[in-house]
Design a protein around this ligand. Structure first.
Ligand code: ZN
Ligand code: ZN
Length: 253
């Protein structure tokens, strides 16, 4: 796995990360990285208590500032302007429209928001209102929805990689995948391999559970299928750029 670039960082534009784009670039330069890929949150049609994503006007600002930084830092670091598209089966046209509005260098797909019939619940959140609602919906059912959604997303959305594949329900106490969920993961990886979609190895998992997302057995399975691996810190603060990459280098060469 190439560890010379961090291919998943956010900024304050998403409304839940800290720091300006240039601070992330400076942090990447300090860490000796040769590439940084911003992967800002895109969500459409989500009914939620607050905005955790960029809207059209924020993406316009993102490209304006990103292009300025690309010129300013040319020769020192490659800056790529990407997007982390949140899957929403009810808003595919809106998502595709937004993606086609901007010349994204890199497109990751995640699935953050589960619709419980009245509103969306964030499947990676630690907030108790999300966790209670997801438990009430049935965690096994939510996991079925999540993995089946990602399988469909591989065909329904433009996609270069799947992000933090097994981070779903990460804050639900005692969460465990059943055999049928592992079967869905195999189906997802097979679909990705057939479409040359990469797998993100996301080091945010190391601080939370001592290993990246996804777990080693899933990464090994992906490697066996010839799926490209892409390193990302999921930084939501400038000092998190490239976090734990040294540990990744000993795990996956
Ligand atoms: Zn985020
Ligand atoms: Zn995400």
């Amino acid at each position: 796995m190439d560890l010379s670039g961090d291919h998943h960082v956010h900024t304050s534009l998403c409304n839940h990360a800290r720091g300006e784009m240039e601070e992330y670039v400076q942090s990447a330069v300090l860490r000796g990285l040769s590439c940084i890929t911003f992967l800002e949150h895109l969500e459409c049609g989500i009914i939620y208590s607050h905005r955790t994503w960029l809207e059209q006007k924020h993406f316009t600002e993102y490209f304006r500032e990103g292009k300025r930084l690309q010129k300013l830092y040319a020769g020192r670091i490659t800056i790529r302007l990407g997007v982390e598209t949140g899957y929403n089966p009810a808003a595919l046209d809106q998502l595709r429209d937004m993606i086609s509005c901007f010349p994204f260098d890199h497109i990751g797909v995640s699935y953050h928001y589960y619709f419980d019939g009245s509103r969306h619940r964030n499947m990676v959140s630690r907030r108790s209102e999300n966790i209670k609602a997801l438990i009430a919906a049935g965690t096994d059912h939510v996991l079925d929805e999540y993995f089946n959604g990602l399988i469909r997303a591989c065909s329904e959305l433009p996609c270069d990689k799947i992000c933090h594949l097994d981070a779903v329900l990460r804050h639900v106490p005692g969460i465990r995948f059943k055999k049928r969920h592992y079967n869905l993961i195999t189906k997802l990886l097979t679909t990705m391999a057939g479409k040359n979609i990469g797998l993100e190895v996301n080091t945010a998992g190391i601080s939370l559970r001592s290993q990246p997302y996804p777990a080693e057995n899933i990464v090994r399975q992906a490697q066996g299928l010839g799926i490209p691996l892409l390193a990302g810190s999921d930084a939501h603060r400038p000092d998190q750029v490239g976090r734990y990459f040294a540990q990744l280098s000993s795990l996956y060469r």
